[in-house]
Write a protein that binds this ligand. Structure first.
Ligand SMILES: NC(=O)c1ccc[n+]([C@@H]2O[C@H](COP(=O)([O-])OP(=O)(O)OC[C@H]3O[C@@H](n4cnc5c(N)ncnc54)[C@H](OP(=O)(O)O)[C@@H]3O)[C@@H](O)[C@H]2O)c1
Length: 340
């Protein structure tokens, strides 16, 4: 099979090589998927730039989400069969023509779901579902801030929060403000040119926010906590701001300390919560929770609650271009790469 191998960290045009290698062997609880297309995730950009500690040692095949056909089924797997079309979350290995993954991370999908949407439903919508449906309960009238709301996970969170009747504050770069409106964001905020803390403070007065979903990390978390109301919950699931540091150790420390030091007593007094999400840990240690989140995302798409937006479609020989596009902050929604 062919695979896109991450051979070195740095600029995308030097980082990847397409190599010939053996198909992966499956374990009894796994399936082998013949991949039609795979999705990019911001974590892949972080892995390429060397900011992602979960990335396997190089050379490595990265990639979390694929769409394709089941080619082989492990002896312990009973709910999937050879020839079925699936979307699947893989624990790396996704940038290849074949990938082995836990059968609980693969969901059968029908032909009406396009390849791009199928890949978005795996990591990005699965993560959004876990954050918005498993970690917190959203209620009508809740004031919810979603950072990077025009991105893959962000746009799914917006749609889920609107479905629950929330009032949504969404941040994104200047050119994405219309897209935020089209998603249903009530208060789009251009956080490249305005201070989101000031904007929300003006709108909410002393009331604060009920829920914050943060994928930026650093100062964004500290500011978010100042906006959180009593009974509020903040979900941390990313640290995109780390990529701005250019590996400068002082800047990296600044992002790290930017998160702030937090006393549990303050959370207790204010009836607030801070929650962390890492879907790899969920995949490794709570595979049934992952299965529920992936199936939940697919069901929401089938019910018309979730309509993932495709931000860019590329062929496999354009992998470098696809990566730079996602890294450039220009993409809105899912970036997908197909083998044919
Ligand atoms: N914890 C988990 O298990 C998990 C799972 C999936 C994803 N994630 C995280 O969720 C976030 C979104 O992932 P995604 O794949 O859906 O990507 P994405 O949101 O489609 O793309 C990243 C977006 O983040 C925004 N951003 C804000 N500050 C940034 C910065 N300093 N540098 C670069 N981009 C910045 C950019 O949009 P604007 O500038 O327009 O806002 C950019 O387009 C990422 O941080 C990712 O690591 C975490």
């Amino acid at each position: 099979m062919k695979a896109v191998v991450l051979v070195k960290q740095g600029p995308a045009d030097k980082a990847f090589e397409i190599q010939e290698m053996d198909k992966p062997a499956i374990k009894p609880h796994e399936v082998l998927v013949q991949v039609d297309a795979f999705g990019l995730n911001f974590a892949d950009v972080m892995a390429r730039l060397g900011y992602y500690e979960d990335c396997p040692p190089l050379p490595a095949i990265i990639g979390y989400d694929v769409v394709g056909t089941i080619d082989e089924v492990g002896t312990e797997v009973s709910h999937l069969k050879k020839g079925q079309r699936v979307m699947a979350l893989s624990r790396f290995g996704g940038y290849a023509e074949f990938v082995a993954t836990d059968a609980r991370a693969a969901v059968a999908i029908d032909a009406s779901i396009s390849d791009g949407i199928a890949t978005a439903l795996a990591t990005q919508c699965g993560t959004a579902y876990y954050c918005a449906e498993e970690m917190v309960r959203l209620h009508p009238g809740d004031h919810v801030l979603i950072q990077a709301a025009a991105g893959g996970v962000g746009s799914a969170l917006v749609q889920m929060a609107k479905h629950r009747g929330c009032i949504v504050y969404g941040t994104a770069s200047t050119k994405k403000q219309d897209f935020l409106r089209s998603l249903g964001v009530d208060h789009p905020i251009d956080y490249r040119n305005t201070d989101f803390e000031e904007v929300i403070k003006k709108q909410r007065g002393g009331e604060g926010l009920d829920v914050i979903f943060d994928s930026i990390g650093g100062q964004s978390v500290k500011k978010g906590l100042k906006l959180l109301g009593h009974g509020g919950r903040i979900v941390l699931y990313g640290a995109a701001s780390m990529t701005d540091t250019n590996k400068n150790i002082f800047k990296m420390i600044k992002v790290g300390t930017g998160f702030g030091l937090h006393s549990p007593i303050k959370f207790l007094k204010n009836s607030q919560s801070m929650m962390g999400v890492n879907m790899l840990r969920i995949a490794d240690h709570r595979p049934e929770t992952l299965k529920r989140s992936l199936e939940g995302a697919v069901k929401m798409a089938q019910d018309g609650i979730l309509t993932p937006h495709i931000g860019g479609e590329f062929k496999v020989d354009q992998i470098a271009e696809a990566h730079e596009f996602l890294a450039s902050r220009k993409s809105m929604g899912k970036v997908v790469v197909s083998w044919k």
